[in-house]
Design a protein around this ligand. Structure first.
Ligand SMILES: *Cc1c(COP(=O)(O)O)cnc(C)c1O
Length: 430
C-alpha cells in the first residue's frame, strides 16, 4: 500500500524546473484531483510501480494503449528485435504493409491507410484530407469530444448551431477555429440545423463514436446511423475517431459494435502497442487524394517507425488470435468493477452514474444520466477528487480527472476486481 512519496516528490521538484508543470502532457500533473503524481519506474501486467517502491493497480493503461497489460512479453520481444535491426530508416519497410494488412482485416471500412506518430496527427490529417477531397472548409465536432491538440480541434463547446468556433486555448487565432462548428453530442437535430445553415460548406463530421474524453458517454440508439445518413445526404464525409475505441470495444472498434460504416477512421493508442503511432484510413478514392498520388500534403519523418510497427503488429496479432476470449473476458471483468463500485456507492448513499461500454468506463459523481458534455459537467468534481485521492492511497490509480475514461486490460482478473472493490468500500466509508 502506497505510503511514502519522498522520491516522487523530489523527482517532481526537479522536473518542474525543467518541464512546464513538471510534465509533458497536462493532466499527468494531477491538478484536477489534487494529490501528488507518483513517478513511475516500471510496470508489469495490471500494475505500475513508483520511485518509492509503491505498487498501483492501473486503471488508465497509458490512456488506452495497454489493452494486453504492461510489458506483455510478445510485444517486448518484438520491440527488442526491431530495435536491434535499427531504430529508424526514413525508408519503407515491409512491416508497414504487415500492420496495414492487420488493420484492414479488423476494419473493413479501411481500404487504405497511412501511419503517423500520434492520434493528434491522425485526426488533423484526416480533416485536411476531408477538406481537400470535398473542397469545403467547415467541419462539425461535438462538445466534450477530443481529437488531439491541433488548432482547429481546440474549440470549446459552441452554444448553438450557428455559433462559430471559439478557440478553447490561448494561441489559437479565432480565424483558425472559425470553420469548426461545435455541437452537442447525441443531438441529431443540431446536426441537421448545421447542414441547413451552411449548405454545401461542411466537409465532414468528426466524432468519437463512444465519447471517452468527456468521461465515457454512449451514443443514443440511432445516433451514429443518423450521422451517417446526414453526411451522405449532404455530401460530407463521416470521420469516426476511433483513436480510443479502435481495437478496444471490439477488434473492429465502435464501428463494428454499432454497425456503422464511416468514410474515414482515425486510429492511435492500441495500434502502436504503447509506442508512438497513429493512423488514418478509409475509402480508397478518398485516401488516394493524399500526396504523392493526390493534392493533399501530409508527411512524417518517423511515420511508420519500425519499432512502432513491430509493437503494433505483435499487439494486433494477439488480439486477432484470441478475440473470441479476450473481448468477452474484458467485458466481464470491467462490468464486475464498474458495477461493483457503483453498488458500493449506492449503499453508501453517494450519487454515482456509471457509463460503460466494453472495457472503458467512467464513474460520474452525479445522479443525472450522462448523455452529453452538459450532463457530464453536473458531476461533483470535488467528490471525484476525494475519491481519487483515497483510491490512490489504497494503491488504485484511476485517471486523474472526472472527464476521462478508465480502462481495464487483459491482465486484470478476479484479484484485481477484489482489490478495486475493497478500496472503493474504504473510499466511500471515509
Ligand atoms: C487520445 C486521443 C486523441 C489524441 O491522440 P494523441 O496520441 O494523444 O495525440 C485523439 N482522439 C481521441 C478520441 C483520443 O482519445
Amino acid at each position: 500500500m502506497p505510503q511514502l512519496h519522498t522520491r516522487s516528490r523530489q523527482l517532481q521538484q526537479r522536473a518542474e524546473k525543467l518541464l512546464p508543470g513538471g510534465v509533458d502532457s497536462p493532466v499527468r500533473a494531477f491538478r484536477a484531483v489534487g494529490g501528488e503524481p507518483p513517478f513511475v519506474t516500471h510496470a508489469e501486467g495490471a500494475y505500475l510501480f513508483d520511485a518509492d517502491g509503491n505498487r498501483y493497480l492501473d486503471f488508465f493503461g497509458s490512456w488506452g494503449p495497454m489493452i494486453l497489460g504492461h510489458a506483455f512479453p510478445p510485444v517486448v520481444e518484438a520491440i527488442q528485435q526491431a530495435a536491434a535491426r535499427g531504430a529508424s530508416f526514413g525508408a519503407s519497410t515491409a512491416a508497414e504493409a504487415d500492420l496495414a494488412e492487420l488493420v484492414t482485416q479488423c476494419f473493413p471500412s479501411v481500404e487504405k491507410l497511412r501511419f503517423v506518430s500520434s492520434g493528434t496527427e491522425a485526426c488533423m490529417s484526416a480533416i485536411r484530407l476531408a477538406r481537400g477531397f470535398t473542397g469545403r472548409n467547415f467541419i462539425i465536432k461535438f462538445e466534450g469530444c477530443y481529437h488531439g491538440h491541433s488548432d482547429a480541434m481546440l474549440v470549446k463547446a459552441g452554444s448553438g448551431v450557428a455559433t462559430l468556433g471559439i478557440p478553447g486555448s490561448a494561441g489559437v487565432p479565432a480565424e483558425t477555429a472559425q470553420h469548426t462548428l461545435a455541437l452537442p453530442f447525441n443531438d441529431l437535430a443540431a446536426v441537421e440545423a448545421a447542414f441547413a445553415a451552411y449548405p454545401g460548406a461542411i466537409a465532414c463530421i468528426i466524432v468519437e463514436p463512444v465519447v471517452g474524453n468527456a468521461g465515457t458517454i454512449q451514443p443514443a440508439a440511432g445516433y451514429l446511423e443518423g450521422l451517417r445518413a446526414l453526411t451522405k445526404e449532404h455530401g460530407a464525409l463521416l470521420i469516426l475517431d476511433e483513436v480510443m475505441t479502435g481495437f478496444r470495444l471490439s477488434l473492429g472498434g465502435a464501428q463494428q459494435l454499432y454497425g456503422v460504416t464511416p468514410d474515414l477512421t482515425t486510429l492511435g493508442k492500441i495500434i502502436g502497442g504503447g509506442l508512438p503511432c497513429g493512423a488514418f484510413g478509409g475509402r480508397a478514392d478518398v485516401m488516394d487524394f493524399l500526396a504523392p498520388l493526390g493534392p493533399v500534403y501530409q508527411a512524417g519523418t518517423l511515420s511508420g517507425n519500425p519499432l512502432a510497427m513491430a509493437a503494433g503488429i505483435a499487439t494486433l496479432r494477439e488480439l486477432i488470435a484470441k478475440k473470441g476470449t479476450i473481448y468477452p473476458a474484458l467485458e466481464k471483468t470491467t462490468a464486475a468493477i464498474a458495477d461493483g463500485v457503483a453498488r458500493i456507492a449506492r449503499q453508501a448513499g453517494v450519487p454515482l452514474t456509471v457509463n460503460r461500454v466494453g472495457s472503458m468506463f467512467t464513474w460520474f459523481f452525479t445522479s443525472n444520466p450522462v448523455t452529453d458534455f452538459t450532463s457530464a459537467a453536473t458531476s461533483d468534481t470535488e467528490a471525484f477528487g476525494r475519491f481519487h485521492r483515497s483510491m490512490m492511497e489504497s494503491g488504485i490509480w484511476l485517471p486523474p480527472s472526472q472527464f476521462e475514461a478508465a480502462f481495464v486490460s487483459m491482465a486484470h482478473g478476479q484479484a484485481e476486481v477484489d482489490l478495486a472493490l475493497a478500496a472503493a468500500q474504504k473510499a466511500f466509508a471515509g
